[in-house]
Design a protein around this ligand. Sequence first.
Ligand SMILES: *Cc1c(COP(=O)(O)O)cnc(C)c1O
Length: 427
Amino acid sequence: MQELINLYEQMGISQKVYEYGEAALKKLADRFAQVDKIAEYNQAKVLSAMQKNRVSAACFAATTGYGYDDVGRDNLERVYADVFHTEAALVRPQITCGTHALTVALSANLLPGDELLSPVGLPYDTLQEVIGIRPSPCSLAEYGVSYRQVDLLADGSFDYDGIRNAINEKTNLITIQRSKGYATRPTFSVKQIGELIAFCKSAKPDVLIMVDNCYGEFVETIEPSDVGADMVVGSLIKNPGGGLAPIGGYICGTAECVSRCAYRLSAPGLGQEVGANLGLMPALYQGFFLAPTVVAGAEKGAIFAANLYEPLGFRCVPNAQESRHDIIQAVELGSEEGMIAFCKGIQAAAPVDSFATPLPWEMPGYNDKVIMAAGAFVQGSSIELSADGPIRPPYAVYFQGGLTWDHAKTGILMSLQQMVNAGLIDL
Ligand SMILES: *Cc1c(COP(=O)(O)O)cnc(C)c1O
Protein backbone atom coordinates (compact mmCIF):
# COMPACT_ATOMS: atom_id res chain seq x y z
CA MET A 1 0.00 0.00 0.00
CA GLN A 2 1.68 3.18 -1.21
CA GLU A 3 0.01 5.48 1.38
CA LEU A 4 1.42 3.31 4.15
CA ILE A 5 4.92 3.33 2.65
CA ASN A 6 4.74 7.12 2.37
CA LEU A 7 3.53 7.53 5.92
CA TYR A 8 6.19 5.19 7.31
CA GLU A 9 8.80 7.17 5.35
CA GLN A 10 7.53 10.38 6.89
CA MET A 11 7.93 8.72 10.30
CA GLY A 12 11.52 7.74 9.46
CA ILE A 13 11.14 4.12 8.29
CA SER A 14 12.68 3.65 4.85
CA GLN A 15 10.99 1.62 2.12
CA LYS A 16 13.90 -0.82 2.27
CA VAL A 17 13.33 -1.57 5.96
CA TYR A 18 9.58 -1.83 5.39
CA GLU A 19 10.04 -4.31 2.54
CA TYR A 20 12.50 -6.39 4.55
CA GLY A 21 9.79 -6.61 7.21
CA GLU A 22 7.07 -7.56 4.72
CA ALA A 23 9.21 -10.38 3.33
CA ALA A 24 9.67 -11.81 6.85
CA LEU A 25 5.96 -11.41 7.60
CA LYS A 26 4.89 -13.46 4.57
CA LYS A 27 6.21 -16.61 6.25
CA LEU A 28 4.45 -16.04 9.56
CA ALA A 29 0.76 -16.53 8.68
CA ASP A 30 0.51 -19.99 10.27
CA ARG A 31 2.29 -18.92 13.45
CA PHE A 32 0.01 -15.92 13.82
CA ALA A 33 -3.09 -18.09 13.28
CA GLN A 34 -1.97 -20.32 16.19
CA VAL A 35 -1.51 -17.27 18.40
CA ASP A 36 -5.03 -16.10 17.51
CA LYS A 37 -6.49 -19.50 18.39
CA ILE A 38 -4.98 -19.37 21.89
CA ALA A 39 -6.28 -15.81 22.30
CA GLU A 40 -9.77 -16.96 21.34
CA TYR A 41 -9.66 -19.69 23.98
CA ASN A 42 -8.37 -17.33 26.68
CA GLN A 43 -10.92 -14.68 25.75
CA ALA A 44 -13.67 -17.23 26.29
CA LYS A 45 -12.08 -18.28 29.59
CA VAL A 46 -12.08 -14.69 30.92
CA LEU A 47 -15.54 -13.96 29.55
CA SER A 48 -17.10 -17.03 31.11
CA ALA A 49 -15.49 -16.20 34.49
CA MET A 50 -16.98 -12.70 34.31
CA GLN A 51 -20.39 -14.06 33.41
CA LYS A 52 -20.31 -16.74 36.09
CA ASN A 53 -19.53 -14.10 38.73
CA ARG A 54 -22.27 -11.78 37.42
CA VAL A 55 -20.00 -8.76 36.87
CA SER A 56 -22.23 -5.67 36.85
CA ALA A 57 -21.96 -1.89 37.00
CA ALA A 58 -22.07 -2.16 40.81
CA CYS A 59 -18.59 -3.73 40.63
CA PHE A 60 -17.14 -0.52 39.20
CA ALA A 61 -17.97 1.75 42.14
CA ALA A 62 -15.05 3.48 43.85
CA THR A 63 -14.40 2.83 47.52
CA THR A 64 -12.19 4.79 49.89
CA GLY A 65 -10.84 4.51 53.42
CA TYR A 66 -10.73 0.97 54.83
CA GLY A 67 -12.63 -0.45 51.88
CA TYR A 68 -14.83 -2.80 53.92
CA ASP A 69 -17.43 -4.69 51.87
CA ASP A 70 -15.87 -3.72 48.57
CA VAL A 71 -18.10 -5.66 46.19
CA GLY A 72 -16.11 -4.88 43.05
CA ARG A 73 -12.76 -5.80 44.59
CA ASP A 74 -14.03 -9.06 46.08
CA ASN A 75 -15.72 -10.06 42.82
CA LEU A 76 -12.63 -9.27 40.73
CA GLU A 77 -10.70 -11.63 42.99
CA ARG A 78 -13.28 -14.37 42.31
CA VAL A 79 -12.94 -13.73 38.56
CA TYR A 80 -9.14 -14.09 38.78
CA ALA A 81 -9.49 -17.23 40.90
CA ASP A 82 -11.82 -18.78 38.31
CA VAL A 83 -9.54 -17.93 35.38
CA PHE A 84 -6.49 -19.37 37.16
CA HIS A 85 -8.54 -22.28 38.55
CA THR A 86 -7.50 -21.56 42.13
CA GLU A 87 -9.37 -21.47 45.43
CA ALA A 88 -8.55 -17.83 46.05
CA ALA A 89 -6.94 -14.70 44.65
CA LEU A 90 -5.53 -11.45 45.98
CA VAL A 91 -5.72 -8.74 43.27
CA ARG A 92 -4.93 -5.29 44.62
CA PRO A 93 -3.81 -1.82 43.59
CA GLN A 94 -1.99 -1.77 46.95
CA ILE A 95 0.42 -4.32 45.46
CA THR A 96 2.74 -1.82 43.78
CA CYS A 97 4.55 -4.04 41.27
CA GLY A 98 5.55 -7.60 40.45
CA THR A 99 8.48 -7.58 42.87
CA HIS A 100 6.12 -6.49 45.63
CA ALA A 101 3.62 -9.27 44.83
CA LEU A 102 6.43 -11.85 44.91
CA THR A 103 7.79 -10.38 48.16
CA VAL A 104 4.36 -10.63 49.78
CA ALA A 105 3.92 -14.24 48.61
CA LEU A 106 7.37 -15.28 49.87
CA SER A 107 7.42 -13.46 53.18
CA ALA A 108 3.86 -14.53 54.02
CA ASN A 109 4.65 -18.21 53.54
CA LEU A 110 8.19 -18.52 54.89
CA LEU A 111 9.04 -18.34 58.59
CA PRO A 112 12.37 -17.96 60.39
CA GLY A 113 14.33 -21.21 60.05
CA ASP A 114 12.66 -22.13 56.74
CA GLU A 115 14.60 -22.51 53.53
CA LEU A 116 13.64 -21.20 50.10
CA LEU A 117 14.82 -23.16 47.06
CA SER A 118 15.14 -21.97 43.47
CA PRO A 119 15.60 -25.05 41.27
CA VAL A 120 15.87 -22.95 38.10
CA GLY A 121 19.00 -20.90 38.79
CA LEU A 122 19.35 -17.29 39.86
CA PRO A 123 16.00 -15.47 40.18
CA TYR A 124 15.13 -12.16 38.52
CA ASP A 125 17.41 -9.24 39.48
CA THR A 126 15.07 -7.48 41.93
CA LEU A 127 14.30 -10.75 43.75
CA GLN A 128 17.96 -11.15 44.64
CA GLU A 129 17.70 -8.36 47.20
CA VAL A 130 14.33 -9.59 48.41
CA ILE A 131 15.87 -12.98 49.17
CA GLY A 132 19.16 -11.51 50.40
CA ILE A 133 21.39 -13.06 47.73
CA ARG A 134 22.63 -9.49 47.49
CA PRO A 135 22.48 -8.20 51.08
CA SER A 136 19.67 -5.74 51.61
CA PRO A 137 17.78 -4.31 54.59
CA CYS A 138 14.59 -6.29 55.35
CA SER A 139 15.57 -9.20 53.07
CA LEU A 140 14.31 -12.69 53.86
CA ALA A 141 17.87 -13.54 54.93
CA GLU A 142 17.70 -10.86 57.64
CA TYR A 143 14.56 -12.55 58.98
CA GLY A 144 16.30 -15.91 59.19
CA VAL A 145 15.09 -17.52 55.97
CA SER A 146 17.93 -19.33 54.21
CA TYR A 147 18.22 -19.79 50.47
CA ARG A 148 19.49 -22.53 48.24
CA GLN A 149 19.74 -22.63 44.48
CA VAL A 150 20.19 -25.35 41.88
CA ASP A 151 21.35 -24.10 38.52
CA LEU A 152 19.98 -25.35 35.23
CA LEU A 153 22.11 -27.83 33.31
CA ALA A 154 24.16 -26.53 30.39
CA ASP A 155 21.36 -27.37 27.93
CA GLY A 156 18.82 -25.35 29.96
CA SER A 157 17.09 -28.41 31.44
CA PHE A 158 16.37 -29.10 35.13
CA ASP A 159 19.10 -30.72 37.24
CA TYR A 160 16.82 -33.31 38.86
CA ASP A 161 19.63 -34.97 40.86
CA GLY A 162 20.78 -31.62 42.17
CA ILE A 163 17.20 -30.66 43.08
CA ARG A 164 16.59 -33.95 44.93
CA ASN A 165 19.79 -33.36 46.94
CA ALA A 166 18.92 -29.74 47.70
CA ILE A 167 15.46 -30.44 49.14
CA ASN A 168 15.79 -30.94 52.89
CA GLU A 169 13.71 -30.81 56.07
CA LYS A 170 13.91 -26.99 56.10
CA THR A 171 12.76 -26.53 52.49
CA ASN A 172 9.31 -25.00 52.86
CA LEU A 173 8.86 -23.12 49.60
CA ILE A 174 10.16 -23.63 46.08
CA THR A 175 10.14 -20.68 43.68
CA ILE A 176 9.98 -21.29 39.96
CA GLN A 177 10.43 -18.39 37.56
CA ARG A 178 8.57 -19.08 34.31
CA SER A 179 10.05 -16.32 32.19
CA LYS A 180 13.74 -15.86 31.49
CA GLY A 181 14.06 -12.40 33.10
CA TYR A 182 17.36 -10.78 32.17
CA ALA A 183 18.97 -14.11 31.34
CA THR A 184 19.24 -15.85 28.01
CA ARG A 185 18.01 -19.23 29.22
CA PRO A 186 14.78 -20.50 27.68
CA THR A 187 11.42 -19.66 29.21
CA PHE A 188 9.71 -22.76 30.56
CA SER A 189 6.45 -24.06 29.14
CA VAL A 190 3.63 -24.66 31.61
CA LYS A 191 4.02 -28.38 30.86
CA GLN A 192 7.71 -28.29 31.86
CA ILE A 193 6.81 -26.39 35.03
CA GLY A 194 4.22 -29.08 35.77
CA GLU A 195 6.86 -31.81 35.46
CA LEU A 196 9.18 -29.92 37.80
CA ILE A 197 6.37 -29.37 40.33
CA ALA A 198 5.45 -33.08 40.25
CA PHE A 199 9.09 -33.99 40.86
CA CYS A 200 9.44 -31.57 43.79
CA LYS A 201 6.16 -32.71 45.37
CA SER A 202 7.20 -36.35 45.04
CA ALA A 203 10.42 -35.55 46.90
CA LYS A 204 8.54 -33.55 49.57
CA PRO A 205 4.72 -33.66 49.38
CA ASP A 206 4.03 -30.72 51.71
CA VAL A 207 6.47 -28.26 50.09
CA LEU A 208 4.81 -25.10 48.73
CA ILE A 209 5.40 -24.15 45.11
CA MET A 210 5.26 -20.54 43.96
CA VAL A 211 5.54 -19.64 40.28
CA ASP A 212 6.70 -16.18 39.21
CA ASN A 213 4.27 -15.93 36.30
CA CYS A 214 5.41 -12.48 35.07
CA TYR A 215 4.96 -12.10 31.29
CA GLY A 216 3.53 -15.61 30.95
CA GLU A 217 -0.20 -15.03 31.49
CA PHE A 218 -2.42 -15.98 28.53
CA VAL A 219 0.44 -17.07 26.27
CA GLU A 220 -0.77 -20.67 26.63
CA THR A 221 -4.23 -22.11 27.32
CA ILE A 222 -3.13 -23.32 30.77
CA GLU A 223 -1.37 -21.55 33.63
CA PRO A 224 1.06 -22.92 36.25
CA SER A 225 -1.86 -23.14 38.71
CA ASP A 226 -3.35 -25.80 36.39
CA VAL A 227 -0.29 -28.01 36.94
CA GLY A 228 0.04 -27.97 40.71
CA ALA A 229 1.47 -24.57 41.74
CA ASP A 230 0.22 -23.44 45.15
CA MET A 231 0.66 -19.78 44.17
CA VAL A 232 1.03 -17.96 40.85
CA VAL A 233 2.16 -14.37 41.06
CA GLY A 234 2.39 -11.47 38.64
CA SER A 235 2.12 -7.78 37.87
CA LEU A 236 -0.90 -5.91 36.51
CA ILE A 237 1.25 -3.55 34.45
CA LYS A 238 2.27 -6.63 32.49
CA ASN A 239 -0.02 -9.16 30.76
CA PRO A 240 -3.14 -9.45 32.97
CA GLY A 241 -3.68 -5.69 33.24
CA GLY A 242 -4.24 -5.55 29.48
CA GLY A 243 -2.57 -2.13 29.35
CA LEU A 244 -5.42 -0.47 31.24
CA ALA A 245 -4.51 -1.28 34.84
CA PRO A 246 -2.51 1.70 36.11
CA ILE A 247 -0.96 -0.29 39.03
CA GLY A 248 -1.34 -3.57 40.84
CA GLY A 249 -0.33 -7.15 41.33
CA TYR A 250 -2.01 -10.50 41.83
CA ILE A 251 -1.46 -13.70 43.78
CA CYS A 252 -3.74 -16.64 42.89
CA GLY A 253 -3.53 -19.88 44.81
CA THR A 254 -4.77 -22.04 47.64
CA ALA A 255 -7.07 -20.39 50.17
CA GLU A 256 -4.46 -20.88 52.89
CA CYS A 257 -1.53 -19.34 50.98
CA VAL A 258 -3.59 -16.43 49.68
CA SER A 259 -5.07 -15.56 53.06
CA ARG A 260 -1.56 -15.50 54.57
CA CYS A 261 -0.54 -13.17 51.72
CA ALA A 262 -3.45 -10.87 52.57
CA TYR A 263 -2.38 -10.75 56.23
CA ARG A 264 1.16 -9.93 55.16
CA LEU A 265 0.00 -7.25 52.69
CA SER A 266 -2.27 -5.46 55.19
CA ALA A 267 -1.90 -6.66 58.78
CA PRO A 268 -2.45 -9.78 60.89
CA GLY A 269 -6.14 -9.81 61.75
CA LEU A 270 -7.14 -7.53 58.89
CA GLY A 271 -6.19 -9.53 55.79
CA GLN A 272 -8.35 -9.46 52.70
CA GLU A 273 -11.16 -7.42 54.33
CA VAL A 274 -9.37 -4.08 53.94
CA GLY A 275 -7.97 -2.23 50.92
CA ALA A 276 -10.09 0.38 49.14
CA ASN A 277 -10.17 0.18 45.35
CA LEU A 278 -9.77 3.96 44.84
CA GLY A 279 -11.86 3.93 41.68
CA LEU A 280 -9.59 1.55 39.78
CA MET A 281 -12.09 -1.27 39.28
CA PRO A 282 -13.21 -0.31 35.73
CA ALA A 283 -9.59 -0.38 34.54
CA LEU A 284 -8.78 -3.64 36.33
CA TYR A 285 -11.85 -5.45 34.99
CA GLN A 286 -11.63 -4.06 31.47
CA GLY A 287 -7.88 -4.61 31.30
CA PHE A 288 -8.28 -8.26 32.33
CA PHE A 289 -10.99 -8.61 29.68
CA LEU A 290 -8.67 -7.22 26.97
CA ALA A 291 -5.57 -9.07 28.18
CA PRO A 292 -5.84 -12.20 26.00
CA THR A 293 -5.94 -10.13 22.78
CA VAL A 294 -3.28 -7.69 23.96
CA VAL A 295 -0.99 -10.60 24.84
CA ALA A 296 -1.58 -12.11 21.39
CA GLY A 297 -0.55 -8.83 19.71
CA ALA A 298 2.57 -8.64 21.86
CA GLU A 299 3.47 -12.23 21.06
CA LYS A 300 3.15 -11.56 17.32
CA GLY A 301 5.53 -8.63 17.79
CA ALA A 302 8.03 -10.92 19.52
CA ILE A 303 7.81 -13.53 16.75
CA PHE A 304 8.22 -10.81 14.13
CA ALA A 305 11.29 -9.38 15.89
CA ALA A 306 13.03 -12.78 16.00
CA ASN A 307 12.28 -13.34 12.33
CA LEU A 308 13.75 -9.95 11.43
CA TYR A 309 16.89 -10.02 13.57
CA GLU A 310 17.95 -13.67 13.46
CA PRO A 311 18.61 -13.74 9.69
CA LEU A 312 20.84 -10.69 10.21
CA GLY A 313 23.13 -12.72 12.46
CA PHE A 314 21.87 -11.70 15.93
CA ARG A 315 21.13 -14.53 18.34
CA CYS A 316 17.50 -14.47 19.38
CA VAL A 317 15.99 -16.19 22.45
CA PRO A 318 13.56 -17.73 21.69
CA ASN A 319 14.79 -18.26 18.12
CA ALA A 320 12.73 -17.51 15.04
CA GLN A 321 11.06 -20.96 14.95
CA GLU A 322 10.64 -21.97 18.60
CA SER A 323 7.33 -22.24 20.43
CA ARG A 324 6.68 -19.45 22.96
CA HIS A 325 5.81 -19.41 26.63
CA ASP A 326 6.03 -15.70 27.40
CA ILE A 327 5.95 -12.41 25.48
CA ILE A 328 9.65 -11.58 25.86
CA GLN A 329 12.04 -11.53 22.95
CA ALA A 330 15.73 -11.32 23.75
CA VAL A 331 17.97 -10.12 20.93
CA GLU A 332 21.71 -10.28 21.55
CA LEU A 333 23.06 -7.15 19.92
CA GLY A 334 26.68 -7.70 20.98
CA SER A 335 27.46 -4.12 21.99
CA GLU A 336 26.26 -1.18 24.06
CA GLU A 337 25.87 0.83 20.82
CA GLY A 338 23.57 -1.85 19.44
CA MET A 339 21.42 -1.77 22.59
CA ILE A 340 21.19 2.02 22.45
CA ALA A 341 20.24 2.05 18.74
CA PHE A 342 17.57 -0.63 19.23
CA CYS A 343 16.07 1.16 22.22
CA LYS A 344 16.14 4.51 20.39
CA GLY A 345 13.95 2.96 17.70
CA ILE A 346 11.42 1.60 20.19
CA GLN A 347 11.30 4.99 21.92
CA ALA A 348 10.89 6.87 18.64
CA ALA A 349 7.90 4.66 17.78
CA ALA A 350 6.06 5.40 21.03
CA PRO A 351 2.78 7.33 21.30
CA VAL A 352 4.09 9.08 24.46
CA ASP A 353 7.57 10.63 24.87
CA SER A 354 8.61 9.70 21.33
CA PHE A 355 10.96 12.71 21.41
CA ALA A 356 13.01 11.34 24.34
CA THR A 357 16.34 9.54 23.95
CA PRO A 358 16.87 6.49 26.18
CA LEU A 359 20.27 6.23 27.89
CA PRO A 360 21.86 3.62 30.19
CA TRP A 361 21.07 4.47 33.85
CA GLU A 362 21.54 3.23 37.44
CA MET A 363 18.20 1.81 38.66
CA PRO A 364 17.10 0.74 42.17
CA GLY A 365 17.12 -3.04 42.54
CA TYR A 366 19.51 -3.64 39.64
CA ASN A 367 23.25 -4.28 39.86
CA ASP A 368 24.26 -3.10 36.36
CA LYS A 369 23.30 0.02 34.46
CA VAL A 370 20.02 -0.55 32.66
CA ILE A 371 18.68 1.01 29.47
CA MET A 372 14.92 1.25 29.11
CA ALA A 373 12.85 2.44 26.20
CA ALA A 374 9.20 2.97 26.90
CA GLY A 375 6.82 5.62 25.79
CA ALA A 376 3.90 4.30 27.73
CA PHE A 377 0.53 5.60 28.88
CA VAL A 378 1.22 3.89 32.22
CA GLN A 379 4.69 4.67 33.57
CA GLY A 380 6.95 1.62 33.32
CA SER A 381 4.22 -0.56 31.85
CA SER A 382 5.86 -3.39 29.98
CA ILE A 383 2.73 -4.79 28.34
CA GLU A 384 3.05 -1.58 26.34
CA LEU A 385 5.77 -1.57 23.70
CA SER A 386 9.06 -1.46 25.54
CA ALA A 387 12.63 -2.65 25.42
CA ASP A 388 15.18 -2.83 28.16
CA GLY A 389 18.27 -4.64 29.29
CA PRO A 390 21.26 -4.47 31.63
CA ILE A 391 24.46 -3.15 30.08
CA ARG A 392 26.50 -6.34 30.36
CA PRO A 393 27.55 -9.09 27.94
CA PRO A 394 26.01 -10.47 25.78
CA TYR A 395 24.39 -7.03 25.42
CA ALA A 396 20.94 -8.46 24.99
CA VAL A 397 17.92 -6.27 24.64
CA TYR A 398 14.66 -7.66 26.05
CA PHE A 399 11.81 -6.55 23.91
CA GLN A 400 8.19 -6.93 24.92
CA GLY A 401 4.68 -5.69 24.64
CA GLY A 402 2.71 -3.58 22.28
CA LEU A 403 -0.94 -2.89 23.03
CA THR A 404 -1.65 -3.66 19.39
CA TRP A 405 0.21 -5.81 16.90
CA ASP A 406 0.40 -2.90 14.44
CA HIS A 407 2.18 -0.77 16.98
CA ALA A 408 4.59 -3.57 17.90
CA LYS A 409 5.38 -3.91 14.20
CA THR A 410 6.08 -0.19 13.80
CA GLY A 411 8.38 -0.27 16.82
CA ILE A 412 10.40 -3.19 15.52
CA LEU A 413 10.76 -1.62 12.08
CA MET A 414 11.89 1.61 13.74
CA SER A 415 14.49 -0.28 15.82
CA LEU A 416 15.84 -1.89 12.67
CA GLN A 417 16.00 1.51 11.00
CA GLN A 418 18.03 2.90 13.92
CA MET A 419 20.43 -0.04 13.65
CA VAL A 420 20.82 0.71 9.92
CA ASN A 421 21.31 4.43 10.60
CA ALA A 422 24.01 3.65 13.20
CA GLY A 423 25.87 1.55 10.62
CA LEU A 424 25.38 -1.64 12.65
CA ILE A 425 23.30 -3.44 10.00
CA ASP A 426 23.47 -3.52 6.24
CA LEU A 427 20.25 -4.75 4.65
C1 LIG B 1 9.01 -8.02 35.66
C2 LIG B 1 9.40 -9.20 36.41
C3 LIG B 1 9.31 -9.24 37.80
C4 LIG B 1 8.82 -8.08 38.64
O1 LIG B 1 9.22 -6.86 38.21
P1 LIG B 1 8.51 -5.49 38.62
O2 LIG B 1 9.26 -4.53 37.78
O3 LIG B 1 8.71 -5.32 40.06
O4 LIG B 1 7.06 -5.56 38.26
C5 LIG B 1 9.67 -10.40 38.43
N1 LIG B 1 10.07 -11.48 37.74
C6 LIG B 1 10.15 -11.48 36.40
C7 LIG B 1 10.59 -12.71 35.69
C8 LIG B 1 9.82 -10.35 35.70
O5 LIG B 1 9.88 -10.36 34.36
